[in-house]
Design a protein around this ligand. Structure first.
Ligand SMILES: Cc1ncc(C[n+]2csc(CCOP(=O)(O)OP(=O)(O)O)c2C)c(N)n1
Length: 669
């Protein structure tokens, strides 16, 4: 029955249904991008009706093919496809509410707004990076679970804009190197972007570019369904390289006077042009009205793989329960408990040993302990493995075409590393961590923002977190980065002060299901400040009192990371003078913000406050309050041994103690 319906609906009618929905929804919203969906309707119809393995009734099928719309402005293409193929949440009403508040159809596809939206796209090129991550996740899980459980393709629609973005270079290069044969990019080669023809700004030979990165390539007429189908078939057969299919299309296909021009890119076509397009396409139906056979054909496409889904579900049932859960939830309750127990043991050992360690080293030691108990964790570094401490004894390197490992050499590709990690997390079954220097969060930031916006558990191991890195100098010394990262919603910025806090922060990061984490770690050694062991994760509240003075609190010293020891030293000196100085450690201000007012007030107290952090002051006013003092950086750093830099910039225990005396004196006056 279903196959019959699919046979009876003609390709043209099915593609025109996408075009009509796109132009009508944009018209109704009076904003949006009709050109791209109209141009790519033929390619998408071929993909969704003949190849894409999915079942609209089971959008969470772990072994579904992934479809990533990297050219996110063409969101109506995706929404139309989800509606047509019968995803229950994507109703006609939602299409009519395109771009309206609380709809499932925002301007750009947003992960979590409706099943079938695999990732948030809009910032061009990010989707391509995510697709690389998904294709990599598929191979990694295939190596663990076998073909019966994980064996799918990742398709990505990218436009000229995606391919002009720098991230595309990194992503393409990484995918080609790793030989991700299950990745197929469909390039909407319409030679138009916003300013006009792409020839205004770019003249790359994309085929040659991809070929140079070891991709299989093909060029087709994107309006010839058979040619597109053959190209996809060929691409699927190439298993040792990713594939690019450059689909030559006409933007706004069907619009009588605007097709092929930038006028269709990002504005409604206008009533006359829409009417003309209906005429030209031979589509005689009212807006949002779809003839039954066409809708039936599409719905049949949405159910084409039902029996494959059922076969998969039966195979999945035969898995060990833990392995089955791990496919979608690598850190379930059982693994969470194991993590908590392991962290408590690591903390106890750190406290007992009392060794001075850089937090990047403590982080590595924690990972050594964690990796064997959390098999879903996949690490890596952007060519700073030794510096970041991201490799462990349990790490096995992923090599081109060999995906049995759990560690990725991302190369010097920070941006693609971050976008790939988003893809790994979004795919499910994997919790990614990856390292570089904290200063290069700037090179990852657009992807970090998407980790946060999508609520993905991605762990950024960012070492060399201040002037404390020393001789490499100001190009490598983060100053404003902590403040900039703390400004981002739904991102935990954790700056542990010693090895014990470092372990606690790892636990928090791994258990933060819907929030990414930046672990800001030191290059230089730090003393253990948590000298009394407790199983309790004191970092969980974001800040806590490390030292409460015997004398009444005259002043509260707040520190993070490497500077907490300066606060401790200052407090000791002040104690000798009869000044009661409390020391508050604040490894994560976001978590502290989430505490009750009463809890925060208890930690911070009512005495005057001094904060010390080898970074910019921005944001610290909130914690030191009016009249408080901040001791930190006022400009860029310099190249010198770390000790000299701390002295030079006045970030010392003596400076903290002097500021405290001054502040107390003022308070007394
Ligand atoms: C990083 C980023 N920069 C700029 C934009 C704004 N923008 C949206 S679409 C677009 C042009 C894209 O051209 P193309 O990929 O050819 O899409 P088409 O015109 O074919 O729809 C631009 C510059 C964006 N979304 N993301």
């Amino acid at each position: 029955m279903q196959d019959q319906a699919l046979k009876e609906a003609t390709h043209n009618d099915m593609a025109n249904a996408i075009r009509a929905l796109a132009m009508d929804a944009v018209q109704q919203a009076d904003s949006g991008h009709p050109g791209m969906p109209m141009g790519m309707a033929d390619v998408a119809t071929v993909l969704f009706t003949r190849f894409l393995k999915f079942d609209s009734a089971h959008p969470d099928w772990p072994d579904r093919d992934r479809f990533v719309l990297s050219a996110g402005h063409g969101s109506m293409l995706l929404y139309a496809l989800l509606y047509l193929t019968g995803y229950p949440e994507m109703t006609l009403e939602e299409l009519k509410n395109f771009r309206q508040l609380h709809s499932r159809t925002p301007g750009h596809p947003e992960y979590g707004h409706a099943p079938g939206i695999e990732t948030t796209t809009g910032p061009l090129g990010q989707g391509l990076g995510n697709a690389v991550g998904m294709a990599l996740a598929e191979r990694l899980l295939n190596a663990r679970y076998g073909d019966e459980i994980v064996d799918h393709f990742t398709y990505c629609v990218a436009g000229d804009g995606c391919l002009m973005e720098g991230i595309s270079h990194e992503a393409i290069s990484l995918a080609g190197h790793l030989r991700l044969g299950r990745l197929i990019v469909l390039f909407d080669d319409n030679q138009i972007s916003i300013d006009g023809p792409t020839s205004l700004a770019v003249s790359d030979d994309q085929i040659e570019r991809f070929r140079a990165s070891h991709w299989h390539t093909a060029r087709v007429d994107g309006h010839d369904p058979e040619a597109v189908a053959l190209a996809i078939e060929n691409a699927r057969a190439v298993t040792d390289r990713p594939s690019l299919i450059a689909c030559r299309t006409v933007i706004g296909y069907g619009a009588p006077s605007k097709a092929g021009t930038a006028a269709t890119h990002g504005s409604p076509l206008g009533a006359d042009e829409v009417a003309g397009a209906r005429e030209k396409l031979g589509w005689r139906h009212a807006p949002f009205d779809l003839p039954k056979p066409v809708l039936a054909g599409w719905r049949a496409a949405g159910a084409r793989h039902r029996s494959a889904y059922e076969a998969w579900a039966a195979a999945a049932k035969r898995l060990e329960p833990q392995a089955r859960t791990a496919l979608t939830d690598p850190i379930d309750d059982q693994v969470s408990r194991a993590i908590v127990a392991a962290i408590a043991a690591v903390k106890a050992a750190f406290t007992a040993e009392g060794a001075k360690l850089a937090t990047r080293q403590s982080s590595q030691k924690v990972l050594e302990r964690l990796l064997p108990i959390v098999p879903g964790v996949v690490g890596g570094s952007a060519d700073l493995t030794g510096s970041n401490g991201t490799l462990t004894k349990a790490s096995v390197i992923v090599k081109p075409g060999d995906f049995a490992g759990n560690y990725i050499h991302y190369g010097v590709r920070e941006h693609a590393m971050a976008a790939t990690m988003n893809g790994l997390a979004l795919h499910g079954g994997i919790v990614p961590y990856g390292g570089t220097f904290l200063v290069f969060t700037d090179y990852c930031r657009p992807s970090i923002r998407l980790s946060a916006l999508m609520g993905q558990r991605v762990i950024y191991v960012m070492t060399h977190d201040s002037i404390g890195l020393g001789e490499d100098g100001p190009t490598h010394q983060p100053v404003e980065h902590l403040a900039a990262l703390r400004a981002m919603p739904n991102l935990y910025v954790m700056r542990p002060a010693d090895s014990v806090e470092c372990a606690e922060c790892w636990e928090l990061a791994l258990l933060a299901k819907t929030t990414p984490t930046i672990l800001a770690l030191t290059r230089q050694g730090l003393p253990v400040l948590r000298t009394a062991h407790t199983d309790e994760n004191l970092s969980a509240k974001g800040a806590y009192v490390l030292i409460e003075p015997r004398a009444p609190r005259h002043v509260t010293l707040i520190g993070t990371g490497s500077e907490l020891s300066l606060a401790v030293e200052a407090a000791k000196a002040l104690e000798g003078e009869g000044i009661g100085a409390a020391v508050v450690s604040m490894p994560c201000s976001e978590l502290f913000m989430a505490q009750s007012e009463a809890c925060r007030a208890k930690v911070l107290g009512s005495a005057p406050r001094i904060a010390v952090e080898a970074a910019a002051a921005y944001g610290w006013d909130r914690w030191i309050g009016p009249g408080g003092v901040f001791i930190g950086m006022r400009g860029f750093g310099a190249s010198a041994p770390a000790q000299d830099l701390y002295k030079h910039f006045g970030i010392t225990a003596e400076a903290v103690a002097a500021a405290a005396r001054d502040l107390i004196g003022k308070a007394k006056r």
